[in-house]
Ligand binder design. Structure first.
Ligand code: ACO
Ligand code: ZN
Length: 489
């Protein structure tokens, strides 16, 4: 065994299993050391991985040969990278528009080469002209949509919905939305907390080992400020309906004889099939809201709210069975947001993740914004999984609209970014970043053009077939309140 002393801040490769259950030796930093009878244990953070993978390891998993001692102000290299689903430019051959006419060869040439300069300003009132044309490449058909003309006369293609006032879009005609500063790839790695000074040693480490919630056992990913004396328990027991935490199964059972909640408190504002949403006022149901935040913090790295729940509403999504309405996930929302935030924190509990519930929560948040007649955006920063989910939701929502646009009387359909934003309630910056992320925006002879490759169209259609869980706006019974007129909450 090694004789050198391993201290906090040391870095070395540590053995872990990857998703395919294969051994790998990523570089890790030691965050803490503890002694248990007979051996030492090391709490490690894998440098290029999300903090939720941090764990206690035994010394046999450490590669002492490659040990690095702590350097002052060592910078963590961050590895950005999502394998972008960027469409490659279709090969040039013959391009016809939807009427069968050949398009100019310069356009064809452009399709295979041109790229939108990243620094281009994309004005939200810019008219995106949709040209649905068929591109023949060899023998395969490639569908191409193209959009063009900046600030030409805009013809509304999609009638604005009557009776819906828009507060946040279409008013600031002069604002220049630059594509600069829009992240091009989600951060897959590292902690979201950039300021290490707030990231003290206690809150950097998971403190709860296991939570029992109804029929689920949850393994927390991050620190959560449950009372210190509960952090030594092998299992923390939660009442799945009121979210009260208890130190033993016995205490939970006693609680269950008294607790008669079978659903979250608050108003059920949506029900379709077995899915319901409850709206909970953080001021009126303080204990529930705080308990929800404590649970949520176990899976949220970068959020600090637990006690001051007054300024928030909580939308809890449940699934119903004969035993009650079981919490699946939730999002919180500021009663009044000066930054157009329509979601503060969002979470799908791990047993339900990767089954479409996250996108259902997101869809619901935008349905609320539609009723409010506002556009909205999630609070920043987003987590890695949050960004993936939002990207996926935005892409599908925008592509759905672009592909539904019909050309009428032979004219090419067109739409502006503001209009996409109005229809979807997605804030225009997010519309722009999504168009950019999908690599749809191109620039041709002074005009903006959107092109949708066959890959994009096919990928979208396949994804939409898999998207079974959808919000039905008819089942939403929601009247927004004007919180500014209510004194201070
Ligand atoms: N790895 C890769 N992709 C993933 C993963 C993952 N672990 N989890 C979700 N995705 C992708 C899915 O593939 C899907 O995209 P696709 O349909 O295009 O394939 C998309 O993200 C959404 O998947 P859903 O099943 O709808 O989402 P899920 O129910 O898993 O919930 C959520 C997503 C809420 C982000 C969940 O991962 C979670 O609760 N994470 C912990 C808390 C968190 O990070 N919340 C967001 C913080 S940001 C904020 O609060 C504003
Ligand atoms: Zn209870």
């Amino acid at each position: 065994t090694a004789q050198v002393e391993l201290v906090e801040g040391c870095r070395l490769p540590v053995l872990r299993k990857n998703q395919e259950n294969e051994d790998e030796w990523p570089l890790a930093e030691i965050l803490s050391v503890k002694e248990v009878p007979g051996k030492k244990l090391y709490y490690v953070h894998y440098i290029d991985f999300n903090k939720r993978l941090d764990e206690w390891v035994t010394p046999d998993r450490l590669d002492m040969k490659k040990l690095q001692f702590p350097k002052k102000e060592a910078k963590t290299p961050t590895k950005n990278g999502l394998p972008g689903s960027r469409p490659s430019s279709p090969d040039r051959d013959v391009v016809r528009d939807h009427t069968g006419s050949l398009l100019p060869t310069t356009f064809c040439a452009y399709l295979s080469t041109a790229q939108c300069p990243r620094s281009t300003n994309l004005h939200p009132t810019l008219t995106l002209k949709i040209v649905r044309c068929q591109m023949v490449v060899g023998r395969s058909r490639v569908l191409v949509f193209a959009c063009c003309r900046q600030n030409g006369t805009t013809r509304r293609l999609v009638p604005s919905q009557p009776g819906r006032k828009r507060k946040n879009c279409g008013t600031d005609e002069d604002s220049q939305d630059s594509l600069d500063g829009i992240p091009s790839a989600p951060r897959m790695t590292g902690s979201l907390v950039s300021d290490r000074s707030h990231d003290d040693i206690v809150t950097r480490m998971k403190n709860i080992d296991c939570i029992e919630l109804g029929r689920h056992r949850l393994k927390p990913w991050y620190f959560s400020p449950y009372p210190q004396e509960l952090t030594t328990l092998p299992i923390l027991y939660l009442c799945e309906f009121c979210l009260k935490y208890l130190k033993s199964l016995k205490c939970l059972q006693r609680h269950l004889t008294k607790c008669n909640l079978r659903h979250p408190p608050g108003n059920e504002i949506y029900r379709k099939g077995t899915i319901s949403f409850f709206e909970i006022d953080g001021r009126k149901n303080k204990t529930y809201s705080q308990n929800l935040c404590l649970l949520a913090k176990c899976f949220l790295d970068h959020k600090t709210l637990y006690y001051d729940t007054d300024p928030f509403l909580f939308y809890v999504m449940t699934e119903y069975d004969s035993k009650g309405f079981h919490i699946v996930g939730y999002f919180s929302k500021e009663k009044e947001s000066t930054e157009d935030y329509n979601v503060a924190c969002i979470l799908t509990l791990p047993p339900y993740q990767r089954r479409g519930y996250g996108k259902l929560l997101i869809e619901f948040s935008y349905e609320l914004s539609k009723v409010e007649g506002k556009t909205g955006t999630p609070e920043k920063p987003l987590s890695d999984l949050g960004l993936l989910s939002y990207r996926s939701y935005w892409s599908q929502t925008i592509l759905e609209i672009l592909m539904d646009l019909k050309s009428d009387n032979g004219e090419r359909p067109q739409i502006t970014i503001n209009e996409i934003s109005e229809i979807t309630s997605v804030k225009k910056e997010d519309v722009i970043s999504t168009l950019q992320y999908l690599n749809l925006i191109n620039y041709y002879k002074g005009q903006y053009i959107l092109t949708l490759s066959e890959d994009i169209v096919d990928g979208h259609e396949r994804a939409m077939q898999k998207r079974h869980l959808r919000i039905d706006p008819k089942c939403l019974h929601f009247t927004p309140k004007d919180w500014s007129k209510r004194g201070k909450w």
